[in-house]
Design a protein around this ligand. Structure first.
Ligand code: HEM
Length: 495
């Protein structure tokens, strides 16, 4: 432990018994000197950096073995780390929770990762974005027509109940050619014990049981049995999807599914991907492609409901681009600058991925700066972990004026590109960024042009202040990604 502290020249930061990366630290609350708590990066935002006096701080812990994490909220140091994949690769051992079904693009490095990225990249070309746009608009209009028909006011207890299916339907339709209607969504198909949506949802929220307990122990509680079942069900759904597509009439498609299946075509003797790798990648694209999106949409709707003046500005902007009553088109997307600004500001305040881990391949050093413009060099030993702290960067007052305020218009002016990292950066940046921006703008534009959003009034919260209401509605916990706790909303049809 002392050796680890000396190796980083005792650069300021946390000193704890348990490593922040340990299982215990992720379930126990914050206890000074013992654990940092499960959501410490999002809860602390830039505070620990400010206390350390530098935009890089460290955490040294003693158990299970002495370990060091170097946390970064310094745009220049982050750029150095993200732009060299050879010097700072991804520590794939941190991603075991994502490899249940097989190796995949998120949880791999080196030649294996290059192979997955090369196979998937063509599906994220501009040609497919129009498909994403059209699917997103149709799915939201399906919500209006199938679920909300005849109602002027719709109340939801938690907005994620709407945004999760929307995001899942979009990746299903645009990525895998799998159209699910709102009505059939809740029906369990023959041969299954739960719906596709439920099985995916349970697998992404309760995966930690599978991570900790051996298969034999998964029958211990009802929740664990349900998790085991969900894992089996999801595999079955993915295998069925593959078989359906393999036996479907051959049509020229350019979606993600076609790219993955073309790499495992036994009839053509092309087996660049094994069947496990195909399933592993389908799973990862389903997860990466819907959780982040659904949570971001929920925080966006919550913020617009809390700040009606921002919602009005957005509505006026949409009206200025899309003539009354018309369906928004993909060609109008570049004009919808305010919608994108609203998303960027939401992603700045609520980054779904709070920690981006890297490891140095050799003993190295990084330069930290601070608000006074000073610089200091921190040694980073080969066995240390590096974590890009996205909330630390996004709430850093050196880059963002009034960092805690919700101000979408800051993204309409010149803004610090290197201090905005919700999608990571460099070679390992999010492959689905454009996919998300396209679906997000299509969904937000379609929804806000027809409905006004407000916070649901509940008697038990009648006397709260605006700050209390904001804290309640925007409360988040750390799941696989930053997860809203409960966003109760009312959608009122515009006249
Ligand atoms: C708000 C939306 C999204 C956010 C904030 C987001 C964020 C991120 C981040 C931070 C990473 C890097 C993770 C790491 O280094 O461990 C990443 C990677 C990735 N994302 Fe996204 N993502 C979003 C939407 C999507 C969508 C819609 C898809 C697919 C349709 C997707 C697919 C992926 C994949 C496959 C990777 C791994 C890329 C690689 O390593 O080559 N993401 N995303």
């Amino acid at each position: 432990f002392w050796k680890a502290i000396r190796a980083i020249h005792n650069h300021p930061g946390h000193r704890t018994l348990f490593s922040p990366a340990s299982f215990l630290s992720n379930i126990l609350p914050k206890v000074a000197g013992i654990t940092l708590g499960p959501n410490h990066l999002f809860d602390d935002k830039h505070d620990t950096f400010a206390a350390a006096g530098w935009d890089i701080h460290t955490a040294v812990s003693a158990f299970p073995q002495a370990s060091t994490i170097v946390y970064l909220a310094d745009a220049a140091a982050i750029k150095e780390v993200t732009s060299s994949r050879a010097r700072f690769p991804k520590p794939v051992h941190h991603y075991s929770a994502l490899t249940f079904y097989g190796h995949n693009i998120v949880a791999s490095e080196g030649e294996e990762w290059k192979k997955y990225r090369k196979i998937s990249a063509p599906a994220f070309s501009d040609r497919n974005n129009k498909l994403v746009w059209d699917a997103s608009v149709d799915i939201v209009q399906g919500l209006f027509g199938d679920m909300w028909a005849g109602q002027d006011v719709i109340t939801v207890d938690h907005c994620v109940d709407i945004t999760l299916p929307i995001a899942l339907f979009v990746i299903g339709a645009a990525g895998f050619g799998r159209s699910i209607s709102w009505k059939e969504d809740s029906v369990v198909p023959p041969g299954h014990a739960m719906t596709f949506k439920d099985s995916l949802h349970i697998v992404t929220t309760d995966f930690f049981f599978k991570l900790i307990f051996p298969d034999k122990a998964m029958g211990l509680t009802k929740r664990m049995q349900r998790t085991r079942k969900a894992f089996e069900e999801l595999r079955l759904y993915m295998v069925e999807m593959i078989h359906e597509r393999q036996h479907a009439e051959k049509v020229q498609r350019h979606d993600l599914f076609s790219s993955l299946l073309a790499a495992n075509d036994h009839t053509l003797d092309i087996t660049t991907l094994s069947e496990d790798e195909v399933i592993g990648n389908i799973y990862i694209f389903l997860v990466a492609g819907h959780e982040t999106t659904a949570h971001t949409l929920s925080f966006t709707f919550a913020l617009l409901a809390l700040y009606p003046e921002e919602q009005d500005k957005l509505f006026e902007h949409i009206k200025s681009v899309i003539p009354d009553g018309q369906k928004p088109t993909y060609e109008q997307m570049p004009l919808l600058t305010y919608s994108l600004a609203v998303f960027y500001e939401t992603l700045r305040l609520f980054p779904p991925v709070t920690a981006i881990p890297k490891i140095p391949t050799e003993d190295t050093s990084l330069v930290a700066s601070n608000i006074r413009g000073e610089k200091c060099t921190i040694p980073v030993p080969k066995d240390a972990d590096i974590t890009i702290c996205v909330p630390g960067l996004h709430y850093n007052p050196r880059y963002w004026k009034d960092p805690h305020a919700f101000k979408p218009s800051r993204f309409l002016e010149d803004w610090p590109r290197d201090a905005f990292l919700p999608f990571s950066a460099g070679a390992r940046a999010c492959i689905g960024r454009k996919f998300f921006e396209t679906e997000g703008i299509a969904i937000l534009t379609t929804l806000v042009s027809h409905y006004k959003l407000s916070i649901k009034e509940e008697p038990q919260f009648a006397h709260e202040t605006f700050e209390e209401r904001k804290a309640r509605v925007l409360a988040a916990r750390q799941g696989l990604t930053t997860t809203p706790l409960r966003v109760p909303l009312v959608f009122t049809r515009r006249k």
